[in-house]
Write a protein that binds this ligand. Structure first.
Ligand code: ARG
Length: 465
């Protein structure tokens, strides 16, 4: 990167060159060059619009578009020389264009400012990234729903307070994660709507004296509409904050998901096996297989939360309109995009290959008196009030703890000690399968309900494309 300290783009009123360190301190090109494609896309649309309204001739428009294409090719084949003295992606590209096509290049900036230009670039960039992230999210959900169908009959303990509560099906548990991601998807789409508005035309802050056609530019760039207010257009970054908020919620969900996988892959739980290619070993302990991917997703959640707080704080108390502070929006935003996209990708690749250890899950469900509520409901069915039924079953559990027996392993005589109302049909409900099958309503854990819910989830995913 070259480092001259004069700037031809705005140097006119200055009597000394920018201090070399200040030039570096204020430059954003090291990171905003990531938006070069969107910057060129915006400039092509701007030049097209300027020609339509008679500000540029057709020849000028063609020269500009051709020049921008060449600049893009230079960037993509690595021959472009980025310059810190030219501050940012916008001025680097404009200077390169002018170097290629001469004076016409200097006309591109007519009727716009870097303030509306950068706001446009970020929105174009965010719109694309929201689409990529949505696609990864969809892929992850497809994996979850497919696995849920496969595991609709697999019984595991369900937990509250991380204590065995009631048996559930593994498919049902997987679909719980899918519901969280379904809402996350909707949040992203909602954020996309507010991102998909055209700020270009706001110019520095007040609009421009040229007879621009903002509706036309919006149409060229696929934006839903031009923004309503020029001051707001160049200053606010709420769409970016909203994105980091949606990203934070997704990462929060992914961290819960991760935490369970880490626990479940441990020798203490043994509920799942993660494919080896998503794990690593230990350099000292030969027996180790560490669940690195979920651990890292859990860890990376923190930095995404941090980026949301950075952006909120960046905007806090900013007076209208554009302030240079806003240049600080990009790094948190870019890192949020990278972190979220990679985390979703890793999970989308891994989830279809999760191996349920059905026997271990079953055994764990047998161990925690997970059908105690079923026994209480059964006794209620025999005409006993729920509070009394609770007491009866509590005593049966105490007896089970003493004797090392699950409720389903006790004889009828043993069970009758606690209530005379208990008869032989109790064993239908004391089994794990009986317990899950009985929760047979929408939202319940019964295998038939899980299959139906997976079917609906699939239909929703298909209707996205
Ligand atoms: N690099 C700047 C940013 O990211 C572009 C806009 C600069 N505008 C200005 N008047 N200096 O926000």
């Amino acid at each position: 990167m070259s480092d001259q300290s004069t700037n031809a783009s705005w140097g006119g009123r200055f009597s000394e060159a920018t201090d070399a360190f200040v030039a570096r301190y204020t430059a954003s090109v090291d990171f905003d060059r990531r938006m070069y494609r969107q910057d060129i896309q915006g400039s092509v649309a701007h030049a097209t619009m300027l020609c339509k309204v008679g500000v540029l001739t057709e020849q000028e428009r063609e020269d500009i578009i051709q020049g921008l294409k060449e600049v893009q090719a230079d960037i993509e084949n690595g021959t472009f020389e980025w310059s810190v003295a030219l501050e940012d992606v916008h001025m680097n590209i404009e200077a390169a264009l002018t170097a290629k096509i001469g004076i016409t290049g200097k006309k591109l900036h007519t009727g716009r400012s870097r303030n509306d230009q950068v706001a446009t670039d970020i929105r174009l960039y965010m719109r694309e990234e929201i689409d990529h992230i949505s696609a990864e999210l969809t892929r992850l959900q497809e994996g979850l729903v497919g696995l849920a169908e496969k595991e609709a009959d697999t019984v595991m303990p369900g937990f509250t307070h991380l204590q065995t509560a009631q048996p559930v099906t593994f498919g049902h548990h997987l679909l719980a994660w899918n519901e969280m991601l379904e809402r996350d998807f909707a949040r992203l789409q909602d954020c996309r709507k507010r991102t998909n508005q055209l700020p270009l035309g706001a110019a520095a802050l007040a609009g421009t004296t040229y007879p621009i056609d903002r509706h036309y530019t919006a149409e060229l760039l696929g934006f839903e509409a031009p923004t309503e207010n020029s001051l707001d257009s160049v200053s606010d970054r709420d769409f970016a904050i909203e994105f980091t908020a949606a990203a934070s919620i997704i990462m929060m969900h992914m961290s819960r998901f991760s935490e369970e996988l880490v626990l479940w892959a441990s020798a203490q739980f043994r509920f799942v096996d993660l494919p080896d290619r998503f794990c690593t070993g230990s350099s000292i302990m030969p027996q180790k297989k560490n669940p690195d991917v979920p651990e890292l997703v859990r860890g990376k959640t923190g930095r995404v939360y941090g980026h949301m707080i950075s952006l909120l704080t960046l905007m806090k108390s900013q007076p209208l309109a554009y302030n240079k502070d806003n240049q600080e929006d990009k790094e948190p935003l870019f890192d949020t995009v990278d972190t979220l996209r990679d985390s979703l990708r890793a999970f989308a690749d891994m989830v279809p290959h999760l191996m349920a250890r059905k026997e271990d899950m079953r055994e764990a469900a047998m161990r925690g008196f997970s059908t105690a509520t079923d026994l209480a409901d059964y006794v209620v069915g025999k005409g006993i009030a729920f509070r009394d039924a609770h007491e009866i079953v509590g005593k049966a559990v105490a007896y089970g703890l003493e004797t090392g027996k699950d409720l389903s392993e006790m004889t009828l005589e043993e069970l009758k000690q606690f209530s005379n109302e208990i008869t032989a049909d109790v064993f239908d409900i004391l089994t794990l399968e009986g317990s899950v099958a009985a929760r047979n309503h929408i939202g319940g854990t019964a295998p038939d309900q899980v299959r139906a819910a997976a079917g609906r989830a699939k239909a929703r995913l298909i209707s996205r494309c």
